[in-house]
Design a protein around this ligand. Sequence first.
Ligand SMILES: Cc1ncc(COP(=O)(O)O)c(C=O)c1O
Length: 407
Amino acid sequence: MNASIHRAAAGRRLVSEKAGRFTESVIREMTRLAMKHGAVNLAQGFPDFAAPAEIKRAAQEAIAADINQYAITWGARDLREAIAEQFQRAQGMTVDPERQITVCCGSTEAMIASLLAVLDPGDEVVIFEPFYENYGPDAILSGAAPRFVRLRPGTGPAGSWGFDGGELAAAFSARTRAIIVNTPNNPTGKVFTREELEFISDLCVRHDALAITDEIYEHILYDGARHISLASLEGMGDRTITINGMSKTYSVTGWRVGWAIAAPQLTDAIRKVHDFLTVGAAAPLQAAGAVALRLPVSYYEQLAAGYAKRREVALGFLEAAGFRCYRPAGAYYIMTDISGFGFSDDVSFSRFLIEDVGVAVVPGSSFYQDAASGAQQVRFTFCKTPQTLAAAADRLSLLPQKLAARN
Ligand SMILES: Cc1ncc(COP(=O)(O)O)c(C=O)c1O
């Protein structure tokens, strides 16, 4: 870190101690590098294909109908009702859209607003590792200390990534205020089973802790995997904040519409934080969101089937190029093991892949608190068109040759 950035000439601090404790997003940096080198971007998880026509039309119509001013700060009523209906259909949970839902600028804002609403300095928050990179800075910004618990490949149910129950239990203490659970999981593709979620909920109840769940990939599941919301488990309804959003389910990551579902008392606090952070999400896109959340079941079936095909294609070309792949049960990423390629670390391998092979990935270290833990992993996304995947496959087919030329 460049000390001069943090200190003006007179020695006065220029940026906060908090802001100095984390770096910019590695994932978004990879996207910029991919653009610079003309690489196929299998780094950042945004679809490069069209969003459903009916929801684009709904957004256009909302603007034409002058839904162009601030929506109610915690979300347009119609969208909140659609969110409550969907939660009821999917999880059998009844929530009051008037008192339990806060619409935010993406699930990213829903997560930070929730953490700011419930955490105090000195609190601890348990986070499974590898983790979606936002959770680390989110914890720091809310003044809490993260306690990481490792997910390890091949140790969970049916060979999935698993956690050690003893390790998880040991991470909980009197200081634990919350645990963050992301299922289906980025980057591992793990879908937490009912038994695993019950283990987590027992710990939450025993330690009077909250669960904050990131369920943004809930509709992207493979091989019959089922998504279970932690909130639906006994004793968890009032102690879970369920976070979700439109980005992944409707292929609109740039719309920035997400939400948090929680008990009224928690929602009051989340709404206050959200109001002063952003006031509200884009009003016409919230109107389109209400249309999106009422799409027929066939939409979700097609979404999952489309991703299942892409997953097979991506696994095929990655394995052919020599990557050891951890097969995902949900979400649209493949974590891979690169130890067979002889690189000292994931960042130098990722640079080589972008600059010499022309494919962008995310270095595994960005998902771990200690860079060494991810030094032999990189993550690919496959939320791309068949053409993009074919271009990546072509380029990766040259990997063995490029590796040989390098040695
Ligand atoms: C686990 C997870 N949560 C949240 C997000 C961001 O969601 P949003 O676009 O709703 O802010 C992502 C995006 O990649 C993600 O992978």
